[in-house]
Design a protein around this ligand. Structure first.
Ligand code: ATP
Length: 311
């Protein structure tokens, strides 16, 4: 779910801007069920957003053209272990593609200046690009006063990418099925604490999918959600699963090293997010998360940060 920054109307420098916070996500569960005739994978996933955001600002542009400026707003921890990360600046950026698709679908000829402040690590399984694309559909619909329906925004989001509709669903956690576009909002206890680690290297989502072995069988995501919603953290951890992990371990030794590091520490449960390379551990509370994050940093496994799931 996206948040509109409530302060944006109070900024006298850009009074008509729309500012949107685009959160990162984690997959608490991801099972790839099989490959479909249309080339997409059938999946079951539990996605939840965490308190790490890119910020996007949309301002009207009288020339009728699109303009995109990407700024590095700093990584959550930065320093050693953080890979050089910058998204593409032009038409291949998902933000640009989302803006163009919205214009084409609505016949809108208006222009916009779009500024991105990037904090979510790239190619990390945290869906930063997908969240930015959803924020763009949402933000430009407001800026241009298009009144596009939720259904149209959902359809455009699905055309752009399988993870994108989730960010428009209005919930912070959801069970996602089909190729990701069939979304059932879930209610989880607020503010679960997690430790996220990202090694110095990334992985291409397409490459990981090419190497994964599908696992037919559904229901695990619902079991995990049921355990979490009743506060049974340990039971939920027993259901945490990611089909893509084995492929990522084979493709990237850094992810395997992360798995080994997390295994040595008393996390309630731990898993790779999405197609990697981020790896995360579930904790009982913030203090425990801060303590375990310190121990991971001492092992030098990459950039490590503590986050909470969003209420
Ligand atoms: P997912 O979890 O959805 O598979 P990811 O977190 O692994 O995604 P992203 O950070 O979304 O990966 O980026 C994947 C690719 O998309 C990168 O190669 C990047 O160059 C490209 N990209 C296009 N637009 C963006 C954007 N706005 N932010 C980040 N990456 C983008």
């Amino acid at each position: 779910m996206l948040c509109v920054d409530p302060q944006f109307r109070k900024n006298p420098a850009v009074p008509d801007a729309v500012v949107v916070e685009a959160p990162a996500k984690l997959n608490l569960y991801l099972r790839i069920l099989g490959k479909r005739a249309d080339g997409f994978h059938e999946l079951e996933s539990v996605m939840t957003t965490i308190g790490l955001y890119d910020t996007l600002r949309f301002t009207a542009n009288d020339s009728g053209s699109l303009e995109l400026e990407c700024h590095d707003a700093g990584r959550p921890v930065g320093g050693a272990g953080s890979p050089p990360e910058s998204p593409p600046n032009g038409p291949t950026n998902l933000i640009w593609r989302a803006a163009q698709l919205l214009r084409d679908a609505t016949g809108c000829a208006a222009g916009a200046k779009i500024e991105l402040w990037k904090r979510i690590p790239i190619a990390a399984g945290l869906a930063g690009g997908s969240s930015d694309a959803a924020a763009t559909l949402f933000g430009l619909n407001r800026l241009w006063k298009l009144n596009a329906s939720s259904q149209l925004l959902h359809d455009l989001a699905s055309q752009l990418g399988s993870d994108i509709p989730f960010f428009l669903c209005g919930a912070t956690t959801a069970l996602c099925q089909g190729r990701g576009e069939i979304i059932t909002p879930l209610s989880l206890p607020a503010g679960l604490s997690v430790v996220v680690a990202r090694p110095a290297t990334g992985l291409s989502t397409a490459e990981v999918f090419r190497h994964c072995r599908p696992e037919p069988g559904t229901g695990g995501g619902q079991q995990l959600a049921a355990a979490l919603s009743t506060g049974r953290l340990q039971a939920a951890a027993g259901h945490m699963h990611n089909t893509l992990q084995e492929a990522a371990f084979r493709l990237n030794a850094d992810v395997l090293q992360l798995r080994d590091a997390f295994s040595q520490l008393p996390f309630v449960g731990h898993l790779m997010s999405g197609s990697g390379t981020s790896y995360f551990g579930l904790c009982h509370n913030r203090n425990e998360a801060a303590r375990l994050a310190g121990r991971l940093r001492a092992l030098g496994v990459g950039a490590v940060f503590v986050a909470q799931t969003r209420p």
